[in-house]
Ligand binder design. Structure first.
Ligand SMILES: [Zn+2]
Length: 88
């Protein structure tokens, strides 16, 4: 029986091969859901599915695309937003 702190559905089981031809069971955090566009809801490209503490260790350029609304809107919605702003 795993330790009480490991009896949680928020952790996933990972079977890892270890030296000596044994398989050990490790418990890992589940990945977060992919970042989605704030306008249309499509999955954003260029934004990794990482946990917040993993995102912090990444360079800023790898967390989101380097463009206006990068990591917030998808490229199509970003273009539409810019066109709408210019028209105002
Ligand atoms: Zn969008």
């Amino acid at each position: 029986m795993p330790a009480p702190r490991l009896r949680s559905r928020s952790l996933r089981k990972v079977f890892r091969k270890v030296p000596g031809n044994r398989v050990s069971l490790q418990y890992k955090r589940r990945k977060h859901k992919a970042a989605r566009c704030g306008s249309c809801g499509n999955v954003l490209h260029g934004a990794p599915r990482a946990l917040p503490f993993q995102m912090k260790s990444l360079p800023k350029t790898k967390r989101r695309p380097e463009r206006p609304y990068g990591g917030v809107l998808c490229s199509r919605c970003m273009r539409q937003e810019i066109v709408n702003k210019i028209r105002q």
